[in-house]
Write a protein that binds this ligand. Structure first.
Ligand code: PGA
Ligand code: ZN
Length: 402
């Protein structure tokens, strides 16, 4: 091992995420460089994702780290990322990080990669993506929603937009213009209903899901016309969160599985939606495949809770043609190595990846780098808010390299 990459010291601490909830930040020290990273947390977490924290929460992650994890990290070869990540899996020993916590594993895994990139004096996207990484993901930003990200919003979790321009600043700024227009339209159309913002800073308002579909579609069309840029509209239904006893229970009333599929197909065919995420419950691989067969030629159909960035679940989805895209969240699976394995599977299938934030975020910008490294089609990181813009602004800087 080159002495340059031998881990000298490793420490972790609790910090706060954008919801004001404790999470974990890790520091890895090499002889000539340091890597620091923190892990975000979800609210609509997938059933099959790794456990973010051990029993006892974020505080006990720290205890466990100093008692059981730290010693084995010191002296490891940081350049051997898969060796580093295997150590984390081995010391946890449960297969789902329920012993040390997926957020601790994520923070350590990314901090290790950052330390190496810093030591090599290259950006993280170049270290992870290699020489040929050159594709900038298009920002996908949540403008209106509800679900588990707010109270009294729509049943559907997110309505989002993605401006298609080669200029990153223009993409980000135009998504923000749609966000602003959605806010204006809400207060014009519903002067008596209060308006708030959810965890990801999307507007939230107690209107029907169908009214929300139309409002976002119209706001995007107006900004598309004014900016002369193509704006894709879509939705993360996060359907598992309102699936009860075999029905999709909207606040307006329940839908059968077939009615839900018809509704999703009509979002694409009648309302022009071009990005659909988690339209069905996270166990219905074949139901996803029905939707993909019907409208996958016109729209991205993304699995988030369906796959939870888990290579084994992605293999099943590929076999069954469930979707044509996969949402990628490192802390759903807990290590950079497993995430890369997931991304490689998706790319080999000819599908697209969308790298994503979580609803509870820190200001760490590593997903901006991973989105470029993976050649992701899009990066889902909200529209406004410091913790969201930390990633988007980093993409503006990265674009200067190309
Ligand atoms: P999260 O959800 O609350 O689990 O981060 C975001 C999503 O469903 O994409
Ligand atoms: Zn989702």
């Amino acid at each position: 091992m080159l002495k340059k990459f031998e881990i000298q010291e490793c420490s972790v601490r609790n910090i706060l995420d954008s919801r004001g909830t404790l999470t974990v930040e890790a520091t890895i020290r090499l002889p000539d460089a340091v890597g620091i990273s923190s892990a975000p947390s979800g609210a609509s977490t997938g059933e099959t994702e790794v456990k973010a924290f051990p029993q006892g929460g974020a505080l006990s992650s720290l205890d466990i780290f100093y008692k059981e994890v730290r010693k084995g990290i010191i002296g490891l070869n940081a350049l051997d990322q898969s060796g580093f990540d295997s150590y984390l899996e081995k010391v946890d020993g449960t297969g789902n990080f329920s012993s040390i916590g997926g957020n601790l594993a994520t923070a350590l895994s990314i901090a290790n990669a950052k330390a190496v990139a810093n030591s090599l004096q290259i950006p993280l996207y170049r270290y992870v993506g290699g020489n040929f990484a050159s594709r900038m993901p298009k920002p996908l930003g949540n403008v209106l929603g509800g679900g588990k990200h707010s109270r009294n919003g729509t049943t559907i979790q997110e309505f989002f937009v993605s401006t298609q321009s080669e200029n990153m600043l223009q993409c980000i700024n135009t998504n923000i213009r749609v966000h602003r227009r959605v806010g204006e339209k809400l207060s014009e159309k519903y002067p008596d209903i209060s308006i708030g913002v959810g965890d990801e800073r999307a507007w939230t308002c107690n209107i029907s899901d169908l009214d929300a579909v139309e409002l976002v579609r119209d706001a995007a069309a107006e900004i598309e016309h004014e900016s002369r840029l193509k704006i894709l509209v879509g939705s993360d239904l996060a359907a598992t969160s309102f699936f009860e006893k075999g029905k999709y229970v909207y606040k307006e009333g329940p839908k059968t599985v077939d009615q839900q599929k018809d509704f999703v197909v009509s979002l694409v065919k009648d309302h022009g939606f071009r990005v659909i995420e988690d339209p069905l419950v996270d166990s219905d691989y074949d139901g996803f495949a029905d939707i993909t067969a019907k409208v996958g030629d016109r729209s991205m159909i993304i699995g988030d809770d369906l796959y939870t960035t888990n290579p084994e679940r992605i293999v099943v989805g590929i076999e069954r043609k469930s979707t044509n895209a996969v949402l990628i969240k490192v802390n759903q699976i807990g290590t950079l190595s497993k995430t890369v394995e997931a991304v490689n599977l998706v790319n080999r299938a000819g599908w697209k990846t969308v790298i994503s934030h979580r609803s509870g975020e820190t200001t760490d910008d590593f997903i901006a780098h991973l989105g470029v490294a993976f050649g992701s089609e899009m990066i889902k990181s909200g529209t406004i808010g410091g913790e969201r813009l930390a990633k988007l602004n980093e993409l503006i800087r990265i674009q200067e390299d190309f």
